[in-house]
Design a protein around this ligand. Sequence first.
Ligand SMILES: NC(=O)c1ccc[n+]([C@@H]2O[C@H](COP(=O)([O-])OP(=O)(O)OC[C@H]3O[C@@H](n4cnc5c(N)ncnc54)[C@H](OP(=O)(O)O)[C@@H]3O)[C@@H](O)[C@H]2O)c1
Length: 301
Amino acid sequence: MKLLILGKNGQVGWELQRALQPLGNVLALDRYQDTKTQYCGDIANFDAIVQVLTQFRPNIVVNATAYTAVDKAETDLEQADLINHLAVKHLAEQCKTVNALLIHYSTDYVFDGLGQTAWQETDEKAPQNAYGHTKLAGEIALEQSQAKFINFRTSWVYGTHGNNFIKTMLKLAKSKDELNIIADQIGVPTGAALIADVTAQVIRYYLFNPHQHNDLHGHYHLAPQGETSWYDYAQLIFEQARQKGIELQIKRVEAIPTTAYPTPAKRPLNSRLNTQKLQQTFHIHLPEWQQGVEHAIAEMI
Ligand SMILES: NC(=O)c1ccc[n+]([C@@H]2O[C@H](COP(=O)([O-])OP(=O)(O)OC[C@H]3O[C@@H](n4cnc5c(N)ncnc54)[C@H](OP(=O)(O)O)[C@@H]3O)[C@@H](O)[C@H]2O)c1
């Protein structure tokens, strides 16, 4: 079994490098040429992608690359579309050619973010910002490629490797007395480690159930159990840091509405994801979101 990971140094890519090892021969690449194998994993370099797929011949390709700078994407649309859409389209077509399963990641930002119900896989898509549009275009390209694919939509990703909300909050809380944090956006913080571990479990299930393959391809929502706001999430981070002996300067945390913190890209108020399909199809147990956050903070500290 040969597995190719693209985007090995992203939050999810980093954890995939750990979690997929027991499944087979793993080749993990970033955008640069690998000094050992000479392969290059720049997803926007179409020749390089053809070369690694035709020569390494992976059975499974896991694409953890993405353009994730949500606000920057509003003014850098061409680059965001290249990475999140056109390169995904090309990758899917090449996976079809070499008959590899493509595992991909997307976001709750493909939905319009309205209402209070957790999004189901089949709900209508209506992205509210440029990043969401490019990610949806990538999903549509996957569907149209006729490649075998599994796409996990996830939300509010954090990891010990890379920048994210937890690290930003810890940094700010060490230097500021007061912080204003948005309290009306609701979602589920999802650990990169959980995403990678679930990916490994799904691959294992897929490999051991070849007769079910056609039923397994498609979109799945992947997030832990529960829900929170950025405000309550931040409170847990500060509480956990203090419990672990970290000295924080922060004295007051103010809950504010989204309207009080304008950003270039519009953010959805409702990022809840319904994960029933993932749990039932692959017999996966998803933990409460706090468990992963507490573990990650302990690791970061
Ligand atoms: N982060 C979130 O909150 C969030 C939420 C929902 C869904 N997701 C989705 O989850 C997946 C993983 O996200 P993440 O948080 O792990 O993202 P991340 O930490 O930003 O990692 C993305 C990786 O893609 C790489 N990359 C960008 N352009 C590339 C190219 N041309 N060729 C090769 N690699 C390239 C980046 O490398 P460089 O550092 O060299 O640019 C980076 O290592 C993505 O599909 C994302 O859309 C993320």
